[in-house]
Design a binder for this molecule. Structure first.
Ligand SMILES: [Zn+2]
Length: 333
C-alpha cells in the first residue's frame, strides 16, 4: 500500500475549500486518506464529526489520548433560504476587514455554497502557506501521525476527532463531548494553529498550551506533554495562548480532561500585520516536531515514570530538611 507522505497529505487537505457548517470537502479528503490506513477505523457521529481510532495490539498509552482538530475555517457561505446569491461571512473576522478583502478581489469564485479567500497552497521545506492553515494543518498533522503509527505498526490505541463548526463557537466539539464515545478518563488533546503570544515564537516548536482565552487546562496532562517532549529531545514552548479559545475549553466544560498543543500561526484568520486579508502560514519544522511529539505521546505510559509526583517530592524534602525543621521549631514561641 502506498503510504502518503506529509507533503501530499498537506496538499490534499489544504486545497479542500471549507467553511463553518460546510466541511464536507475536507471530511471526504480525510476519509479518503485514512480509509486504507492499517489499524485505523473510521466513524461519523450524528453531527457529522469524523472519528478515527488507531488500534494495534494490547498495549495502551497512559492516558489514552483523543486528538482533536476542526475542519472549518472562517469563510463565505450562501445565506440560508435566500433565492438571490447572498453571502454570509462566518467566523471571527471584523466585517469591515472582510469587505475590504472582497473589494480587493480576494474572494474566490464560489464552490457550490462556499466561497473562500483565494490564495494558492504553497509548501516548501521551510514554510507552509495556504488560505486555511487554521485548522487544516491540525487535521493533516493527525492524519500524518496515524500513518506513521501504522507504518511502524506501533502497538497502542489512540483516538482522533475531526470536528465541524468550531469557528462559530465549538458546535461540533460540544456535540462530541455530550456523547463522549471514549473512556471517561481519556484525555482530549486539541491540535490547533494559533497566533503566538506571551513569548511564543514561530519556528521554535509547537506550543504546549497551559490554557486559552477562556480556560486553564489539565495540569497533569500539560506535565505529561512536557515530560514526553523532554525525554524525546523535541523542542516545544510552554505558554498561555490567550489570543483565542480552542476546543479543549469546550470538552473541559463538558466534564472531561483536556489540554491543547498549537502550531504557531502567521496571519491568524487571514489578517496580516496591516489588517489586510492575506494567506495564513506555519513553519514546517513546527509541524514535523508536533507529529514527533504526538507519536511519542501515544506510544508511552506516563504513570509518573522518570518524574516524581508532587506528593513524593514534598515527602522527600520533608525528610531531607527534617533536622532544620526541628531545630527551628524550638525557636517559635
Ligand atoms: Zn482554529
Amino acid at each position: 500500500m502506498a503510504v502518503p507522505n506529509l507533503t501530499s497529505i498537506l496538499k490534499r487537505i489544504l486545497k479542500a475549500p471549507t467553511a463553518p457548517f460546510h466541511e464536507y470537502h475536507v471530511r471526504a479528503e480525510i476519509e479518503a486518506l485514512l480509509k486504507d490506513c492499517p489499524n485505523v477505523k473510521l466513524k461519523r457521529d450524528k453531527f457529522g464529526n469524523l472519528m478515527a481510532t488507531y488500534k494495534s495490539g494490547k498495549s495502551k498509552s497512559s492516558p489514552t489520548w483523543v486528538l482533536g482538530a476542526h475542519m472549518d475555517h472562517p469563510a463565505f457561505v450562501k445565506k440560508p433560504n435566500s433565492k438571490k446569491s447572498e453571502w454570509d461571512f462566518l467566523g471571527g473576522v471584523p466585517q469591515d476587514l472582510v469587505d475590504a478583502g472582497v473589494k480587493r478581489g480576494l474572494r474566490s469564485k464560489p464552490t457550490g455554497a462556499i466561497a473562500t479567500w483565494n490564495f494558492p497552497t504553497q509548501i516548501s521545506f521551510e514554510k507552509i502557506e495556504a488560505t486555511a492553515c487554521d485548522d487544516l494543518i491540525g487535521c493533516a498533522v493527525i492524519v500524518a501521525t496515524f500513518w506513521e503509527l501504522a507504518s511502524l505498526n506501533l502497538s497502542t490505541t489512540c483516538h482522533a476527532v475531526f470536528t465541524r463548526a468550531e469557528e462559530v463557537g465549538f458546535l461540533g466539539a460540544w456535540h462530541l463531548a455530550q456523547k463522549w464515545p471514549f473512556g471517561k478518563n481519556d484525555v482530549f488533546l486539541s491540535i490547533e494553529t494559533s497566533r503566538p503570544v506571551n513569548g511564543a515564537v514561530m519556528g521554535s516548536g509547537p506550543v504546549v498550551r497551559v490554557g486559552d482565552r477562556m480556560s486553564v487546562f489539565d495540569s497533569e496532562g500539560v506535565a505529561v506533554l512536557m515530560t514526553t517532549a523532554k525525554e524525546q529531545g523535541i523542542r516545544v514552548q510552554r505558554c498561555l495562548l490567550d489570543a483565542g479559545a480552542c476546543e479543549a475549553t469546550a470538552v473541559q466544560a463538558a466534564g472531561y480532561r483536556a489540554v491543547g498543543v498549537s502550531v504557531p500561526l502567521g496571519n491568524y484568520h487571514n489578517l496580516d500585520a496591516n489588517k489586510e486579508i492575506a494567506p495564513e502560514y506555519v513553519m514546517m519544522n513546527d509541524v514535523r516536531s508536533l507529529i514527533d511529539l504526538l507519536k511519542a505521546l501515544v506510544a508511552t505510559k506516563h504513570d509518573g515514570i522518570g518524574e516524581r509526583t508532587i506528593r513524593e517530592r514534598v515527602e522527600v524534602r520533608m525528610e531531607e530538611y527534617g533536622p532544620h525543621l526541628k531545630a527551628a521549631a524550638k525557636l517559635f514561641k
